[in-house]
Structures are given as C-alpha cells and as structure tokens.
Design a protein. Structure first.
Length: 201
C-alpha cells in the first residue's frame, strides 16, 4: 500500500504532460498544414474533413487525433490524483467528472471532424470540464479556502460569459480560449494543494 501511495503522488505530473501534449499536438499539426488559419478554421480541421468541409484534407491527421487521445489519457490519469487527494465528497465528484472530460477528449480524437458524433463530443468536452472545475471550486470553498475556491468556482462561469459575448472570429479562437481557461484552472488547483499535507495509509 505504501508503494501505491508513493506512486500515485506522481500522478499530478500527468497534468503538466497533458498541457504539453495539447500544445505540441496543435503546433505540429499546424506546421504540417500551412493552409490552417487561426482566424478562419477550427482546431478539429487538423484531424479530418475535406474540401467539402471548407478546407483542404489535413496532412497527417493522425497527429492531431492521436494527440487528443494521448492528452485525454493524461487527463484521466491526473483525475485519479484529484480523487486520491480529495478532501471531501464534492472534490471527489469533481475529479470523477474531470475523468469523464478526459474520456470526451479521447472521443474527439476517435470521432474526428467528418464523423457524425464529432460536434457533440467536442462541445461536451468543454461543458463537462467546466462542471468539473466548478465542483472542485465549490469543494475548496467548503474547506474555507476562499481565495482558490472562489477563483475556481467563478472561472468557468465567467469564461462561458466571455465566450458567449466575445467576437471570436473562428472556432479555433474559441477553442484555444477554452483550452487556456482549463489549463489555468489546473494550475490554480495545483497551487491550492501546496498548502495541504495529505496522509494516506
């Protein structure tokens, strides 16, 4: 059991791997597809579609699709860490919901652009992740850590309001905004854990 406890503590680093994996995937995919324009395309254009979709067929679409799958796996592994260090049932639920968002990111890679479920899994990835962040924020408020708790509770709400009213010129701009919000939330969550010591048998 002690060996398991020691191992699981390193699962927090999967959060950093997920962040790196997402940007590496996007940047490499864009490099191989010079037709991609941030102000015109959606990120998912890098994983599928054709001229009927309004853009050329992507070169090496497997880079984007497998990158999403790998990033989703990292998210699920990080969610195990959230559940492990959870301080109450609400935080445990937030970690569980975060694992579901990782699953939906995997589904984005499987059901790439041009497949029927793509729009559904893409939108719900952001919705489910927002719920996860909100629940984790509430859980931190419950232990009277108001600075981090209030930040994580309000961040998904404010970000959706910005998304609704901001003049994003393309799907990619909105998606990148969402990615940045999620990653900032993860960093804030990890920062709040520095104030606590967790003892597991």
């Amino acid at each position: 059991m002690d060996r398991f406890n020691t191992m699981i503590k390193y699962f927090k680093y999967f959060s950093y791997l997920a962040i790196l994996s997402s940007w590496i995937t996007i940047l490499i995919s864009v490099y191989f597809n010079p037709w991609f324009k941030l102000t015109r395309n959606a990120l998912s254009d890098l994983g599928g579609g054709n001229l009927l979709s309004g853009h050329p067929p992507p070169k090496y679409p497997f880079i984007y699709n497998y990158g999403m799958i790998i990033t989703g796996l990292f998210m699920i592994l990080f969610s195990i860490y959230i559940i492990y260090v959870s301080r109450n049932k609400i935080e445990n639920s937030g970690g569980t919901i975060f694992s579901i968002s990782g699953l939906f990111l995997i589904l984005i890679g499987i059901y790439h652009e041009g497949t029927y479920p793509h729009d559904f899994v893409s939108m719900w990835f952001y919705i489910i992740t927002s719920f996860s962040i909100f629940f984790i924020g509430i859980s931190i408020l419950a232990i009277k850590n108001y600075k981090y708790g209030l930040t994580l509770t309000l961040l998904p709400i404010i970000s959706w309001l910005i998304y609704a009213f901001a003049d994003f010129k393309s799907g990619a701009e909105g998606e990148i905004f969402g990615i940045i919000v999620i990653q900032i939330s993860v960093i804030i969550y990890l920062a709040n854990l520095r104030h606590y010591k967790f003892n597991r048998r």
